[in-house]
Structure formats: C-alpha cells, structure tokens
Design a protein around this ligand. Structure first.
Ligand SMILES: CC(C)(COP(=O)(O)OP(=O)(O)OC[C@H]1O[C@@H](n2cnc3c(N)ncnc32)[C@H](O)[C@@H]1OP(=O)(O)O)[C@@H](O)C(=O)NCCC(=O)NCCS
Length: 191
C-alpha cells in the first residue's frame, strides 16, 4: 500500500493470488466498516484476530481458490495491494451447467474513485471465463444505493436484469439490490 493513489490513472491494475502477507490487511478491512465500505459491511462485529485466524485457515486449505468460491488480491503497479475481488457460485438449476459465479469487490478507501475497481472486475471476468471454457454466465448484484458499483458493472459489459426488493438488511433497514450479468458471448465481444 505504498503507491500514491493520485498518480492513479496511468497505474497498472492486476490480480494475483492471496499471500500470507495479505492476511493482516484483509482482516483489518473485514472488521472495519470504514475500510470495507458501507455497502460491504455486514454489521456483524468480529475481532480482527478471529477473522485473521479464519483467513489463515482458508489460505492454508485452498489458497482462496475453491470449487465454489475464491478471492484474488487487486494490486497496483505490481507492488501495492489495494483491495480484493471475490466470487461465490450461485446456481439457478440443478445442472452443473447452471453454476454461475457471483462476483464482488472491495477496494480500500484511498483507491476508490480512480476506475481501479472497474478494471479489477473486468480482469476478474477474464479470469473466470478463461479458466472454465464451460462457463456460460457471470452475475453480480449490488445495492440500489451504490451508483459507483452499478456504473462499474455496466462499464465492463454487465447488463442490469432486475431489482430484488428489500434484499439486504444493513444499517437498520432493508435495501433493494440490482442484479447484473454477462454471458460468455457478450464477454467475448468485449475483448
Ligand atoms: C464500488 C467500487 C468497486 C467502484 O470502483 P471504482 O472503479 O473506484 O469506481 P469509480 O469511483 O472510479 O466509479 C466508477 C464509475 O461510477 C461513477 N460514479 C462513482 N460514484 C458515482 C455516484 N455517486 N453517482 C453516479 N456515478 C458515480 C464514476 O463516475 C465512474 O464512471 P465513469 O468512469 O463513467 O466516470 C469501489 O468504489 C469500492 O471498492 N467501493 C467499496 C466497496 C463496494 O461498494 N463494493 C461493491 C459492493 S457490491
């Protein structure tokens, strides 16, 4: 986390696997609402030590690259971790071909507002579609009051599909979510 965020627009965004030296900032981010962002804050209070232990166990188990979900670190200029992207498998029907990763992202506050999140999520689409030739669809959902993420998803070619009413309980009230997706042919057309 040494790169100047204001030098941003010419910086290079990449994704890489989670490493041992990421665990501390990842745990901090997950236990501090101001770091993870209001839209990713579950409201569940857990200590950084407890979360760090869970993250270390996950790193040892599968390196955050499981069959059903995974996490990659977003890095700036090959030196500074600035957040992470993740996916979890949703399934719209019993066939394995219905498996559909749902993607998410959290950037550290000082690295928001430079388009890095948009690039990182485009790279995640590349990663998921490239590594599984059978993958047909990737989806995402975001709070209806999160215009930055809605715009980022639209910019990477994802299409708004609909509104899930009162989907998420956060901050003492329920919030609608908007669902987005991109199909393989649409992703190929963006390349
Ligand atoms: C959401 C997030 C990934 C967006 O990443 P980002 O690339 O830094 O996004 P930016 O701030 O550069 O904005 C992306 C686009 O949204 C637009 N935007 C940002 N804030 C906006 C607002 N309040 N209203 C309308 N548009 C907005 C930007 O102008 C930009 O569009 P443009 O390139 O056409 O100008 C990042 O802000 C983040 O990590 N936030 C905290 C966690 C989070 O909310 N994750 C998503 C949970 S589902």
């Amino acid at each position: 986390m040494g790169t100047d965020p204001s030098a941003a627009e010419s910086a290079r965004v990449t994704l890489r696997s989670v490493r041992d030296d990421d665990i501390e900032w990842m745990a901090r981010m997950r236990t501090d609402a101001t770091l993870v962002g209001e839209h990713n804050w579950s409201g569940v209070e857990r200590s950084p030590a407890e979360v760090e232990a869970d993250l270390r166990a996950r790193l040892a188990a599968d390196g955050f690259d499981g069959d059903a979900d995974g996490t990659l670190v977003v890095e700036l200029d090959d030196t500074s971790p600035i957040g992470d992207v993740s996916w979890r498998t949703e399934r719209w029907g019993p066939s394995p071909r219905s498996a559909c990763p749902a993607i998410g992202i959290a950037l550290l506050p000082e690295y928001r507002g430079h388009g890095y999140g948009t690039i990182a999520q485009a790279l995640l689409l590349d990663h998921l579609f490239s590594r599984d030739p059978e993958l047909h669809r990737v989806q995402s959902d975001t709070a209806a009051d999160n215009p930055a993420e809605q715009r980022a998803l639209t910019k990477i070619g994802m299409v708004e599909e609909g509104r899930i009413r009162d989907a998420e309980y956060r901050d003492g009230t329920f919030h609608d979510h908007l669902v987005y997706s991109i199909l393989r042919a649409e992703w190929e057309a963006t390349r």
